[in-house]
Design a protein. Structure first.
Lengths: 472, 77
């Protein structure tokens, strides 16, 4: 999957019809960069291209998981840190989970920073009880001295918890088994976040009424919180989903008034309420984390020393320039060899083709169209553009995997922010060297709309490898 | 009053309050910067801005112009 019409168009967030083929729909959610797509691919056997850099899942990729018992439709939803969306992708994720997000949601977590990931788990578990938590990268966590007690985690969250190592396919068998064994039919209760008394009371008042009106189509407590936080856009979407005029219903409007009065008596205005709601999730995550995780050593000495070189005042910039130049040199000079071999190969094929066609007696004009047009042009494009890409992008992926790219962004944030950009733009500019299209698409990793627009518009000034050879 | 900006490499502090706009506030809450959260400075970029902080197990870089709006409790370690 990539930038296809279906994954980018407006209807990318429209999930209706997924269940049409009769399979249970399972969504795969999680923070960005936790190995979600890798797990998705391993489960479905699909080659949605993974790795590289943050934010590849544009819309939602779907695939099938076939087990001995059943076939499931799997949906890979965009990575998000919470369910209060700030970008279109995060909104897609939230809408999917909140409004009919299938029968089950597998939340993938990064074991190396579980506490942060738990906030999303709680956000989701608050909406739906049909959750399996998949703690990924267990091996890496162990190496860092982080020991996670999966049983305690499962008990505190009230959901199934599976540990995996995404690169090792065998460890995914436990996850598949958990999906197969999942008691879809059982009635389960949602995770209930603990709020201070007046807030809990206000939520209760409103939720009771909503529950009656919507017949449990959407989790009432969650919707009640959103109503009190006045997320109008979300509420009207909920109304559309449940086919119910929420704002037009007298009982609900009356209940909102009562709930607001309770909050008003305690002097809890909207910003304070938003804070209480977020803080409740964070501190719940904290207490669960502390119960389930034992940390031995702090960050290893090696990491610290490495960081002093990679982001230090003296070495940071020179090392970065040297490393990036080295990669560029490797790409350009390495690509030359492969290019030569490829064009030699294509030359031979062209000769063969020419010989074959001359035997058939096709008129010269058509022969030229076939050989010089249809064959030679793509042959040149492939032999010039493929080799640098085939070298550059894997090298870039290695840098990402060892965690160097975020450090480049960190090093270059100040100079780029002087130009009203941000550090991450350095990465999209580097990607632009490989291919401007990839660079522009990569701009999704930039949060601020203004900085993102700047990065997109200026990316074309980076000569991509299709254009570089022209400057020889 | 001390803000996150004043933390030097290796120092840590405890969040007292956020003095930021509603939009920014939500982002900070999302990364777990609620009151009483312990934050330690684990990196400073070559230009001195941004700084990297260890927040709830994750390392996050924050620009100084945002740091100075994140106030810390006075007790220093």
């Amino acid at each position: 999957m990539g930038l296809t019409r279906t994954s980018c168009s407006k209807s990318a967030s429209n999930f209706k019809g997924l269940e049409a083929d009769g399979h249970r729909v399972i969504s795969i959610a999680g923070n960005p960069n936790v190995g979600k797509s890798t797990i998705f691919n391993a489960l479905t056997g699909m080659k949605q291209h993974t790795g590289n850099w943050a934010g590849k899942t544009v819309g939602s990729a779907t695939g099938y998981l076939k087990t001995e018992k059943e076939t499931y439709t799997l949906v890979d939803i965009p990575g998000t840190y919470s369910l209060s969306p700030r970008s279109p992708e995060e909104e897609i994720a939230r809408d999917f989970i909140a409004f009919g997000g299938g029968s089950l949601c597998v939340v993938v977590c990064d074991a190396t920073c579980l506490e942060r990931n738990l906030a999303l788990v709680l956000n989701i578990a608050e909406i739906t009880p049909n959750v399996i938590v998949c703690v990924n990268l267990l091996d890496e966590a162990k190496r860092k001295g982080i020991n996670i007690d999966l049983d305690v985690l499962s008990e505190r969250l009230g959901v199934t918890v599976i540990g995996t190592v995404a690169r090792d396919k065998k460890s995914l068998e436990g996850l598949v088994q958990a999906i197969e064994d999942f008691p879809f039919a059982d009635k389960k209760s949602n995770f209930v976040m603990e709020y201070p008394k007046p807030v809990a009371e206000a939520i209760e008042v409103l939720a009771t009424v909503i529950d009656k009106k919507l017949n449990g189509k959407i989790n009432a407590r969650w919707l009640a919180i959103k109503m009190l936080c006045e997320e109008i856009g979300l509420i009207s979407k909920a109304g559309e989903f449940a086919n119910f005029d929420i704002f037009g219903d007298e009982d609900i409007v009356a209940a909102i008034k009562i709930a607001k009065k309770i909050l008003h008596q305690e002097n809890i205005a909207k910003p304070a309420l938003e804070y209480i709601v977020s803080a409740a999730a964070v501190s719940s995550a904290e207490s669960i984390y502390e119960a389930a995780v034992k940390k031995q050593a702090q960050k290893s000495d090696f990491d610290r020393k490495a960081d002093r070189i990679f982001t230090g005042k003296a070495f940071g910039i020179p090392v970065m320039i040297a490393l990036l130049l080295f990669i560029l040199w490797l790409t350009v000079s390495g690509a030359n060899y492969i290019s030569e071999i490829l064009s030699l190969l294509f030359g031979h094929i062209e000769n063969g083709l020419e010989w074959a066609i001359s035997r058939t007696g096709i008129p010269l004009a058509i022969k030229k169209v076939i050989i010089e047009g249809a064959f030679r042009v793509p042959a040149i494009i492939v032999s010039v553009m493929l080799p640098p890409m085939a070298i550059f992008f894997p090298l870039f992926t290695i840098l990402e995997d060892i965690g160097y790219l975020p450090r480049v962004a960190f090093n270059l944030d100040k100079p780029l922010s002087r130009c009203n950009g941000c550090g991450k733009q350095a990465l999209t500019m580097c990607m632009g060297l490989g291919c401007n299209a990839a660079g522009v698409v990569g701009c999704r990793i930039i949060d601020s709309p203004r900085e993102r627009l700047l990065a997109i518009l200026t990316n074309s000034f980076i000569p991509c490898n299709g254009r570089l050879p022209q400057h020889k | 009053m001390k803000s996150l900006k004043d933390l030097r490499l290796g120092e840590s502090g405890i969040i007292e309050k956020l003095l930021v706009s509603a939009d920014m506030r939500k982002r900070f809450l999302d990364i777990g910067l609620i009151d009483k959260t312990r934050v330690s400075c684990v990196g400073i970029s070559p230009a001195g801005d941004p700084k990297a902080f260890l927040i709830r197990g994750a390392v996050i870089a924050i620009r100084l112009c945002d740091c100075e709006k994140i106030m810390l409790e006075n007790s220093k370690e």
